[in-house]
Ligand binder design. Structure first.
Ligand code: GAL
Length: 829
């Protein structure tokens, strides 16, 4: 029955403008996996899978987007850095589709927003093309391979080599796909480029460059019209037309300039979007209609005033994000990205670095709409790779094509304020040879987009001084707050940024005692203490980065590593054998060795500890140190740790307080433990001598001597109940919308019990499914696709997805032994 609904909906998901159709190509694929298999065996790759006559009956039926690795299982023998998940392997996807005879004269393109990786495509057995980079969008013109009025078969082969990434890449066609049909004369794919060379409050000039293809065998002449529709009202505010030649087989470039009076300017606070409607007409008929969303805004990077958007200074309060969506894996879900951005916005974050690769188009759409700035990054390595099978293998042949697709696809997004050509590339350290590669890349970006500067993230401080900094427009430093002063002194006219900061590590709700001050000492039993003091050797607590920026205002802001925990790279438990080196005292080493021996000599950790939020999007304490800094106008105060330490009666249990105020007083069971004021370059208030007694901790914060905010943390009773909190109470019946249901283990009074780890069982009724479950435990090997999950420090998550075309009410019930259950109802419309 579901298949029939898909067919109906396929028609609904078509966008038809003029002669152009953009049809979702996500439904109805058959999938086959070979090479490295999830269970550790290998399966030989059969020959001829691309042939139309090959029968794929018996292959697994599925819809895209699809991440073949997130299903697991986690395997102890697989590398921690890629999440202990079986992403390596070969995958084949096949799909049958029909085109009508009326399509015969049209141009047909097949678009992939992203496929991991090394995609090769055949249409009706004929080779249509290859695209190795797993993060980029690409398309093929498949017109010449098609049959009309009868079936066609597309076959896609992906090949993920082991050791091809420093983090979890996922596997499969994990982003959306489209079939695009146009008339012979049409706007090229990503064929418009809108810039705003003049932006004033009463007037803006909008410059539009358009590439128009004529795929027909004869010159035809045409007219191009641009109309600009206002945000919200959609009212056409200006328009202009021009004749074009549309010569046979050519791509014609046109340039037109339109004036918008009293423009709504795009900014982080008011992200107003205009729509450019481009129409091509021939003989009085519309043959193409193409829409481009854009924003009217000016961006300037200056050394003295910092980043100016519409001439107003804006500090970059950013985070780096990898592409995975936690328990959902790499498979794109727009709502999951939107939820991440909502949480970040609550923290005061205004910028995203797409570490270290082109993002999904959906991320940029949301950044445009919600008001985020984006550092749009191309690569994690250039020619010299970082892992044996990474992009380094393809750089020489493919870098120009990859940068071209990235820039053409993303250049109209107002959120994208600069390009990043790379992250911590090895070429930084190669003298003139490396500088030459960097200059070449910057040149490619500039040629494709003369309006945006280029940056690069450097981990060698020397790159700021040896000329490498001059190969880009703005230099980005990773983890170098201590050299900002020296850089500014030597490069007074060059703005710079912290392209990666902090890399503080923590596990949500874990605290270890005694609280050690050295940054490499907060680790125990594969977790990291949440006092936010701990970081690997190259990194630091957030406070030191804040100090670096406050001392040197030429720094235009930071991108924290990272907004959310991600799958893979579980530093400091990232290297199986050597991870013992991370433990300082003999006692801890012995304890770790015992634990490691028990579990076969390897660390179980499979996701990162770097996130301000955990893998499920639950806030760690660190959220509040950033909120205190980034939203100084919001009255807030946060206390850590939790106050459930029955075994620590009378023992020193330090309390840290984050506040947007400047002072706070701490009370334990009503007795003041003193009022403390932040000193210069101090970003947290610390009471190091608190002796634990059960009860209530209260912090009262002050700003300019006046009461500003207060917060209470209390000792709870034993776990008694489950409480569910559905993130979205209403979702769309589109087969991809989600509700994130937070599952809390609470005591009889409804207070979250911090150290509880009860197993929770889910039951679901109605028009939806459990897409994934998870918790923030970086060491858990429980599957993400399941109907039960253990809580980790009181919390776990169930992600509910609608079925396509089915409305009604979903009821999710959560049960656990000895706890009273709870249900959440989600309406599907
Ligand atoms: C940086 C690197 C990131 C991540 C981070 C962890 O050096 O650019 O990708 O590995 O370290 O601290």
């Amino acid at each position: 029955m579901r298949k029939i609904q898909f067919a109906v909906l396929l028609c609904l998901s078509v966008s038809l403008f003029g002669g152009r159709e953009r049809i979702s190509f996500d439904q109805g694929w058959n999938f086959f996996r070979c090479g490295n298999m999830p269970d550790g065996t290998t399966k030989a790759e059969p020959e001829g899978l691309e042939n139309p006559s090959f029968s794929d009956d018996g292959w697994r039926e599925l819809n895209l987007p699809h991440d073949w690795a997130i299903e697991g299982p986690f395997r102890m023998d697989l590398p921690n850095r890629t999440g202990k998940l079986p992403y390596a392997g070969i995958g084949w996807y096949r799909k049958d589709f029909k085109l009508s005879k009326e399509d015969k004269h049209k141009e047909i393109y097949l678009m992939f927003d992203g496929a991991m990786s090394d995609t090769e495509v055949w249409v009706n057995g004929e080779y249509a093309g290859r695209w190795p980079y797993g993060y980029n969008s690409f398309y093929f013109n498949i017109t010449e391979h098609l049959n009309y009025g009868e079936e066609n078969v597309v076959a896609v082969r992906l090949d993920n080599k082991p050791d091809s990434s420093r983090w979890y890449p996922g596997g499969g066609i994990y982003r959306h796909t489209y079939l695009i049909k146009t008339e012979p004369v049409h706007v090229d794919i990503w064929g418009t480029f809108v810039t705003t060379p003049l932006v004033q409050t009463n007037k803006a000039i909008v410059e539009i460059k358009t590439d128009v293809n004529n795929a027909a065998g004869k010159d035809s002449g045409a007219e191009i019209t641009h109309q600009i529709a206002a945000p919200d009202s959609g009212e056409i505010v200006c328009s202009e037309s021009r004749k074009i030649k549309a010569q046979a087989g050519e791509t014609e470039k046109t340039e037109m300039s339109l004036t918008v009076t009293d423009p709504h300017l795009w900014s982080v606070e008011s992200p107003d979007l205009y729509t450019l409607i481009t129409e091509i007409r021939q003989n009085g008929e519309t043959v193409d209609k193409y829409e481009t969303k854009f924003g009217i805004r000016s961006v300037k990077f200056t050394a003295d005033e910092g980043l100016l958007i519409n001439n107003e200074p804006v500090e970059i309060k950013g985070v780096c994000l990898h592409h995975d969506l936690g328990p959902l894996g790499a498979a794109i879900h727009k709502r999951a990205i939107e939820r991440k951005l909502e949480i970040l916005q609550e923290m005061g974050c205004n910028a995203i670095r797409t570490a270290h690769n082109p993002p999904s188009p959906e991320l940029l759409e949301l950044c445009d709409e919600m008001g985020f700035l984006v550092m749009d990054e191309a690569f994690d390595c250039w020619e010299e790779g970082k892992t044996e099978n990474d992009y380094g293998r393809f750089f020489e042949e493919w870098h120009k094509k990859d940068v071209t697709n990235l820039v053409r696809r993303d250049r109209n997004h107002p959120s994208v304020i600069f390009w990043s050509s790379g992250n911590e590339v090895k070429e930084q350290r190669q003298g003139e040879e490396g500088r030459e590669v960097s200059r070449k890349l910057t040149g490619i970006f500039h040629e494709l987009d003369p309006t945006r500067p280029v940056t690069v993230g450097c981990n060698s401080w020397k790159s700021g001084f040896n000329g490498f900094q001059k190969t880009v427009d703005i230099i980005g430093f990773n983890y170098k707050p201590h050299i900002y002063g020296k850089f500014a002194e030597e490069n007074p006219n060059m703005p710079f940024l912290s392209s990666e900061s902090a890399s503080c590590v923590s596990s949500m709700g874990e605290y270890f005692f005694p609280v050690k001050q050295k940054k490499d000492q907060g680790f125990f039993q594969f977790h990291v203490s949440s006092y936010d003091l701990y970081a690997p050797s190259w990194a630091s607590r957030p406070d030191l980065e804040f100090e670096g920026q406050d001392r040197v205002p030429q720094c235009i802001g930071e991108f924290v590593w990272t907004g959310f925990d991600y799958i893979g790279e579980p530093t400091p438990y990232n290297k199986d054998k050597t991870n013992l080196l991370n433990f300082q005292s003999e006692e801890e080493k012995i304890a770790m060795q015992q634990k490691m021996d028990e579990i076969g000599g390897k660390a179980p950790s499979r996701s990162s500890y770097f996130g301000i939020m955990d893998l499920c999007g639950f806030k760690k304490d660190r959220f509040y140190i950033y909120q205190a800094r980034w939203r100084p106008e919001k009255p807030m105060v946060h206390i850590l740790p939790h106050w459930n330490w029955p075994e620590r009666k009378g023992e020193i249990t330090p309390v840290h307080v984050y506040t947007s105020g400047d002072e706070a007083e701490l009370f334990l069971n009503g007795t003041s433990l003193g009022r403390k004021k932040k000193g210069e370059y101090q970003y947290r208030l610390v009471w190091d001598e608190v002796k634990y007694q059960a009860g209530e901790l209260r912090a009262v914060a002050y700003k300019d001597g006046k009461k500003w905010a207060s917060e209470v943390v209390t000792t709870t009773n034993e776990p008694a109940k489950i409480e569910l909190e559905a993130g979205s109470k209403t979702i769309k019946a589109d087969g991809s919308d989600l509700s994130f249901v937070k599952v809390k283990i609470t005591d009889n009074l409804g207070k979250l019990v911090p150290r509880s780890d009860n197993m929770v069982y889910f039951e679901i009724e109605g028009p939806g499914e459990i897409a994934a479950v998870g918790n923030g435990d970086q060491t858990s090997h429980e599957p993400f696709q399941a109907s039960r999950r253990k809580a980790f420090n009181g919390l776990c998550l169930a992600i509910i997805r609608s079925y396509k075309g089915e409305t009604g009410e979903i009821k999710l019930t959560a049960k656990s032994r000895n706890l009273s259950s709870d249900s959440a109802v989600i309406t599907v419309e």
